[in-house]
Design a protein around this ligand. Structure first.
Ligand code: ADP
Ligand code: MG
Length: 247
């Protein structure tokens, strides 16, 4: 398994609170890694560190052939370069309200990748079909349900052909029936071997989508392994977490 993205001994402190304590892990390519753990355990900090939205004070960050010493300044060029290869999907969709759905999906490819508009339009139409929203191409974000908006956000991230897509609780703002339509799209994308890293509280979804699970508690990784081994664990702390999260 080729591991393009790796962290080694990463520590991130907010004030006097250690949000990440000496975290080392890998995020395999063409696989889905799911990060789980209690609220406040450091899941978002971990995910955001991968995109340099948080800046850990020590450790190493490896991406492809880049080896970044986090205790030294990191150039904005390096960060831009990493962000070209990664896409973050936020809880709140962040669609451009003044652009139609299809223009939202075209925006990155045209503005950032300098694709011709006709090509970007064709790709966007295909991606909207993939997320089940072909008929919404010309409406504006305000006319979408939360689940539809999140699916547009996913199509928009796919349009950039990222190596990795990062999703932080992508359905936590959604009603259950809308959540399901988003999770189905993510399952489909996972099957197509898009590398993804997903923070979620939904263990049923984690079980279906994950190749790898990372369990974080109090800024530390307590489990790092296959989905199968996670759900077959006899670790008391993980068993307690699983039973607290399921019926
Ligand atoms: P999770 O996503 O698992 O709920 P977070 O990564 O958001 O956890 O937060 C981990 C810890 O770091 C929490 O104690 C949180 O209060 C703290 N934290 C996160 N972001 C900040 C910040 N910008 N400033 C201060 N403390 C923060
Ligand atoms: Mg969080």
């Amino acid at each position: 398994m080729f591991e393009m993205l790796k962290l080694e001994n990463v520590t991130k402190t907010f004030g006097n609170h250690k949000a990440l304590k000496d975290v080392s892990t890998t995020f395999p390519e063409n696989k889905t890694t799911v990060i789980v753990g209690p609220s406040g355990s450091g899941k978002s900090t971990l995910l955001r560190s991968l995109n340099f939205l948080e800046r850990p004070e020590s450790g190493h960050y490896y991406f492809d052939d880049l080896d970044i010493d986090l205790s030294k300044p990191v150039s904005s060029q390096t960060i831009l370069n990493i962000r070209r290869h990664t896409e973050m999907v936020f809880q709140g969709y962040n669609l451009f309200p003044h652009l139609s759905v299809i223009k939202n999906v075209m925006e990155g490819p045209v503005q950032v990748l300098h694709q011709a508009k006709s090509k970007a339009h064709d790709q966007a139409a295909l991606l909207l079909a993939k997320v089940g929203l072909a008929e919404k191409a010309d409406v504006y974000p305000a006319q979408l349900s939360g689940g539809q908006a999140q699916r547009v956000a996913i199509a928009r991230s796919l349009a950039m052909h990222p190596e990795y897509i990062f999703l932080d609780e992508p359905t936590s703002a959604l009603d259950p029936e809308l959540e399901l339509e988003v999770l189905k799209v993510l399952l489909q994308i996972a099957k197509e071997k898009q590398s993804m890293i997903i923070v979620t509280h939904n263990l049923a979804f984690a079980r279906q989508v994950a190749d790898k699970i990372i369990f974080v508690e109090d800024g530390q990784i307590l489990f790092d392994g296959s989905e199968h081994d996670f759900f077959a664990t006899d670790n008391k702390r993980i068993l307690d977490f699983i039973s607290a999260m399921t019926f």
